[in-house]
Design a protein around this ligand. Sequence first.
Ligand SMILES: [Mn+2]
Length: 483
Amino acid sequence: MAAPPAVMAEVKSVPERLDNGVQAPPLHPLPHNDLFKGNKVQPEVLRLHLLKEGKITEDDVCRLCKDAMAAFRAEPNIIKLEGNVNIVGDIHGQYYDLMKVFEIGGKVEEVPYLFLGDYVDRGTFSCEVVLYLMALKSTHPKKVFCIRGNHECRALTRTFNFKNECLHKYSMRVYDAFMDVFDTLPLCALLDAKFLCCHGGIGPSFHTLEDINRIDRFSEPPEAGPMCDLLWADPTPDEDDEVQAKPFTPNTTRGCSYLFNSKAALRFLKDNQLLSIVRAHEAQKEGFKMHKKDPENDFPAVITLFSAPNYCDVYKNKAAILKYQNTLINIRQFKQTQHPYCLPNFMNVFTWSLPFVGEKMSQFLSDALLMADLDAEFEDDGSAATSKAFSASEKDERRRQIKAKVKAMAKFVKTYEASRLNNEELIHLGGLADRGITQHNMSAEARAKLMSLVQNDEETEEAFLAARSLDSLNEKRPMMKKQ
Ligand SMILES: [Mn+2]
């Protein structure tokens, strides 16, 4: 039997246990007339309401989607931008960190923003991120630009947690409306005719900007081809770049698209008279990465930006945005902002505590049965009445029955215990848990080592790499369902 906790916590009454420092989320959706003044959405009203975990009505969600969709649809595949702009990498449902982005970068009214995609999944506030960005887009269509990331599609949102989040907070109607918006997002941006900004990178399926302009983008992204490469490709890791003779190699980590080496990047830049590729898509310990430099101009051919600090609540990484100001590049890093806690997969607290309660109940019953067994022995010895009532074979039968019951109950205890331990592990794995990471195929020893690094508070390179290693299974594109 498990040892009891060393010190019993002081038992407080229920009112004493209430934390008055935590505000309850608003009970009702934001009234339509607060959200819209005349025909215009009020982004600041929405921002503050979402910050308190408030919701808006489904009709208003659909209205925001319709307005944003019209703005996105009107844009070409490659958005042309000039002058100062803040570039932001992956957000992944981290609404409270998105607030920090605007604190650091300044207001949309002051400087335009370009977001490089992956607004949803992993974090637990994706609805809030998308709603707020859509409100900004329809209010400032020439100040806010959003391109498509690989997560802005049906295939990923249904295997990660965005679809679940929509169903948890809203409905299927809202999820479908978001997906229709994603189908209209532009694919990349061209900044000052020098920087190609996209979510993933380049692939062998296209060579010029004109090729990108020819893509019919208004659909679920395909599993191969130029649209897939723009959303999914990664640069070859620096350490492999030298040995990688081929410009493009299949991207096995992602399960689709390619890794492009620095030669491929330089070739593309030269062919299109560009300086650099600015992309997102990969978590970075420092929030950004300057990849290999072009020997001719000493400028990195590829820059990676990642704007989700402490990704999935376990990576312990910094985030960064790129401020492009007077043709100079300025990287601003930032750390995680506290956010309200959600159990993995939006599980409610009763479902979550079921294995714990089950374990304790079955343990109790198992102990009670053992006692019954002892009592039976005691009665045999002491009471003439029972001795008379039970023959020797009946006593054996009774013992056998109780033993069987104890055995069965022990199985229950074991099952519930395993389920409770699994739940506790999910808590430590945070956002890593949403695609069945617990079935990860690695030795118990390696797994324990990674877990201990992940659970440790230290912000070391080792802890970052441990989280990334545990999470690597999640990077793969899910198999398409044949429809
Ligand atoms: Mn991505």
